[in-house]
Design a protein around this ligand. Structure first.
Ligand SMILES: O=C(O)CCC(=O)C(=O)O
Ligand SMILES: [Fe+2]
Length: 295
């Protein structure tokens, strides 16, 4: 390290760091969504069965021929790059905080270790996003500050290992790569290589609970690329804050009783969200805390 130092807040425990030459997630399901637009019942049923298998075996899959116009994605990418290229004070002007958790943040923590990333959170509908997202006066500038000497990419993660708390995540990633999933069959971390014009879908904790553990929320993370910036756009599909989450009736039987106590989504989400803001001395809330067989 030649005497250079990095902020210890970013340093992952050795067992959680990315290994060199991570294997590709060979065999990750790639699902063609075009039967949805065709609307033919047999095609849609076959698609649903394919999604069911992918959710059970991986909890992670890639969708193609999804019908989102390429032009829409191109516009979103352009806006995203423009925003993150703004000078820090402009980004700080739309910084989020616990009371108003939409907007820019550069110090997100996952499981009490700082992620090496910047984030800008919006919702598609109410409440309206901050006007600065689309203010049309965007300045293209290198966003990397020069005050991070000796940053060891291999010690940090872009996003620390976690499972998404909501029902489902739909993720657009650019062609840089770095998204890793823990493969269910053997517990190894593998890289989800970008597929052009696709979205990665991952089952979140709520589907795990609704399905009474038939589908499992997949653990994932983002490794850091030392040469290129990486951009991604996750869309989190979450219920309203008053929703109570529990195994669905049709997933519960005498042979397979409910494995979770009901919990309130709004409380879960705000507790988790607050733990993203800074390192805390308490463990993150997890659905395991609501398992009936918890220790
Ligand atoms: O950037 C990505 O590819 C994934 C981000 C992620 O896992 C998350 O924000 O929950
Ligand atoms: Fe995630």
């Amino acid at each position: 390290m030649g005497g250079l130092s990095m902020d210890q807040a970013f340093v992952q425990a050795p067992e959680h760091r990315t290994k060199a030459n991570l294997a590709d997630a060979d065999g990750i399901p790639v699902v063609d969504l075009s039967p949805l637009a065709a609307g033919d019942k047999a095609g849609v049923d076959a698609l649903a069965a394919e999604v069911g298998r992918a959710s059970r075996d991986w909890g992670f899959f890639v969708v193609v021929r999804h019908g989102v116009p390429a032009e829409t994605v191109a516009q979103a990418l352009e806006a995203q790059r423009a925003f993150f290229a703004l000078p820090a004070d402009r980004k700080a002007a739309v910084r989020r905080d616990e009371a108003a958790p939409l907007g820019y943040y550069e110090s997100e923590h996952t499981k009490n270790v700082r992620d090496w990333k910047e984030v800008f959170d919006i919702v598609p509908r109410e409440p309206p996003p901050p006007a600065a997202v689309a203010d049309g006066e965007l300045v293209f500038e290198n966003k990397w500050p020069e005050d991070l000497p000796g940053f060891r990419y291999d010690l940090a993660l872009g996003v620390g290992r976690h499972k998404d708390a909501g029902a489902l995540t739909i993720l657009y990633q650019d062609d840089v790569g770095g998204l890793d999933v823990r493969r269910r069959s053997d517990g190894e971390w593998v890289r989800v290589r970008p597929v052009p014009d696709s979205y990665v879908i991952n089952v979140g904790d709520i589907i795990q609970v609704w399905s009474n553990d038939r589908y499992e929320s997949a653990e994932h993370r983002v490794s850091v690329n030392s040469e290129k910036e990486r951009f991604s756009m996750p869309y989190f599909f979450n219920p309203g804050s008053d929703a109570m989450v529990e195994p669905l009736e049709e997933m519960v039987s005498d042979e397979r009783p409910a494995r979770y106590d009901a919990y309130n989504w709004g409380n879960f989400f705000s507790t988790r969200k607050n733990s993203n803001f800074r390192k805390l001395d308490v463990e993150n809330v997890q659905i395991a805390h609501f398992r009936k067989d918890r220790p």
